[in-house]
Unconditional design. Structure first.
Length: 291
């Protein structure tokens, strides 16, 4: 998949994310609509491998990636199980960047960690691909790519998009909190690193200070997946904490800080998530204590 198509310094980057995959022409159609608006737009792909219908992962990936793009970048995120219903279509501003997306929780992590400063509802009577009025199942092409390209090419301004909405009125998902117990910390498996099977939690360095754990220490780690009942006792794995993967032998497990400064679990040149059948999401919990 080509990462970028075209570039012009007078335009903002246009970055696409979806759960469409690359098996058919959906992504290409969105790119084509955008290039029809402005042939010289710089078009990039964040990912199109969000699991089908996973608004949770769409939300996480926007937060994970967007801070590394220049201010003014326009993101189009299309994970839209409610396409064609009365859910709103919005453009939100967060961290100086713009996010074109259905109002379905896709902005939850940005709202928590960055802060959504302003929101406008897309006026679909003005900003919709001409001739698509009777199309109800591909707003990614007909509304979001179209509006995103107009913004990125600076043919319209943010204030032109439509009526103002209160950021607090956005649909958001409840993000899990880290809690401390007498001798342990309980957090959530927020996401998986799918290429390698690493397991990323929501536990920060500040959270872990309660255990005074450092590389070289051994931690007791146990998981409770969302589909299983809470065990009466936690059955813990003993896993060393390390700076990086090669600090442990090939095939061995480690606890480490990932690139977002969140506590994570891996197997050196292996797949931790597959080894222990780990799932991600707000109801997938991890409990950590120090040996």
């Amino acid at each position: 998949m080509s990462l970028v198509v075209g570039c012009a310094s007078t335009h903002s980057p246009l970055v696409f994310q979806s759960d469409f995959g690359l098996k058919d022409g959906a992504v290409s159609a969105m790119h084509g609509v955008s290039r029809s608006i402005e042939p010289n737009l710089g078009i990039f792909n964040l990912t199109h491998e969000i699991p089908a219908f996973s608004v949770w992962e769409a939300s996480y990936r926007l937060w994970q990636t967007s801070p590394y793009w220049p201010e003014g970048t326009v993101f189009v995120s299309v994970v839209d199980p409610g396409v064609g219903t009365n859910r709103k279509s919005v453009v939100a501003e967060a961290g100086g960047r713009f996010f074109v997306t259905p109002d379905n929780g896709s902005l939850s992590h940005l709202e928590r960690h960055v802060g959504v400063t302003s929101v406008r509802e897309i006026d679909e009577t003005r900003y919709r691909r001409p001739g698509s009025e009777h199309s109800h199942t591909f707003h990614g092409r007909d509304v979001y790519a179209y509006t995103g390209a107009l913004l990125a090419s600076r043919q319209i301004r943010f204030k032109d998009v439509g009526p103002v909405l209160r950021p607090k009125a956005l649909q958001t998902m409840r993000l899990p909190e880290v809690r401390q117990e007498a001798d342990a910390i309980v957090g959530a498996v927020e996401i998986l690193d799918p290429q390698y099977g690493n397991v990323w939690t929501n536990i920060t360095r500040e959270d872990l200070k309660a255990l005074n754990a450092q590389p070289g220490d051994t931690l007791l780690v146990s998981f409770r997946m969302r589909a299983t009942p809470l065990p009466k006792t936690w059955q813990a794995l003993k896993i060393p904490m390390a700076r990086t993967f090669a600090d442990v032998p090939t095939g061995s497990e480690l606890v480490y800080w990932n690139s977002l400064e969140r506590l994570s679990f891996a197997v050196n040149q292996g797949d931790f998530a597959k080894r222990y059948q780990i799932q991600s999401g707000p109801m997938s919990l991890v409990r950590i204590s120090k040996l």
